[in-house]
Design a protein around this ligand. Structure first.
Ligand SMILES: Cc1cc2nc3c(=O)[nH]c(=O)nc-3n(C[C@H](O)[C@H](O)[C@H](O)COP(=O)(O)O)c2cc1C
Length: 215
């Protein structure tokens, strides 16, 4: 199957216009068939040894979201203390989640024991299963953008909060809590760039030929 030029362009448009969304979620339900489409895209991600170690917990219950939000608030305050005074102020002013506003939360996990202790491709670098779950998240993120749905990744939260709120056993790794929903707008640039936190590194600085650069 050959990808046409316009299909290729649509993919790049999706990639470059994908954003992490925090403050723009609308109170508008996500139809079940669209949710299923983005989860199907996630489920078709590559995985080491075809292990498919992920699961997706869809969260809609307001009291569950509230418990997760409280966990975020504690972790956010704790995190602020790790920055020096100037950065701390800037950090504290950033909105870094949309847990209550987003109609859906999706917790993505990794079952590191799925398909037994020896998995093709994971024999030398066991962390490949975690990376596989991250591939699923990226598929979901891009599929959501193609559906005009925003996604925000919330990582400022202790695992025990999500374990308790979502009844996740200790044997399962927590990879992400995602906020998902329709949005008022997608920012043109990453918000952290817009707000002067960091800027995009040049592509040239990231590409090296033949070996790691000398300096
Ligand atoms: C692994 C991972 C964890 C992240 N955790 C958070 C988070 O806790 N809160 C937040 O606001 N953004 C989080 N982000 C989003 C990044 O800040 C964002 O991707 C980056 O600033 C670039 O912006 P863009 O996604 O809009 O292009 C996370 C992204 C990744 C990949």
């Amino acid at each position: 199957m050959t990808i046409t030029e316009s299909e290729r362009d649509a993919l790049y448009k999706t990639i470059f216009s994908r954003r992490d969304v925090r403050g723009e979620f609308l109170n508008k339900p996500v139809p079940e068939d669209i949710l299923k489409r983005i989860l199907k895209a996630a489920h078709h991600a590559p995985s080491v040894g075809f292990m498919q170690p992920w699961d997706f917990i869809v969260v809609q219950c307001p009291s569950t979201k509230q418990a997760i939000k409280e966990g975020f608030q504690k972790a956010h305050a704790e995190s602020a203390e790790m920055f020096d005074s100037e950065r701390k102020q800037q950090y504290s002013a950033l909105k870094l989640e949309g847990i209550l506003e987003a109609p859906l939360g999706i917790c993505v996990t990794c079952d590191r024991s799925r398909n037994g202790p020896v998995v093709l491709g994971r024999t030398i670098k066991p962390e490949m299963d975690l990376y596989s779950s991250v591939c699923a998240i990226q598929n979901l993120w891009l599929a959501a953008r193609a559906e005009n749905l925003g996604v925000g990744w919330v990582s400022i939260i202790h695992d025990h909060v999500l374990r308790t709120a979502l009844n996740i056993p200790d044997s399962i790794d927590i990879i992400a809590y995602l906020c998902v929903g329709y949005v008022s707008q997608f920012h043109e640039k990453p918000e952290l760039e817009k707000r002067g936190w960091l800027s995009r590194r040049s592509l040239e600085a990231a590409i090296h030929y033949e070996s790691w650069p000398e300096d």
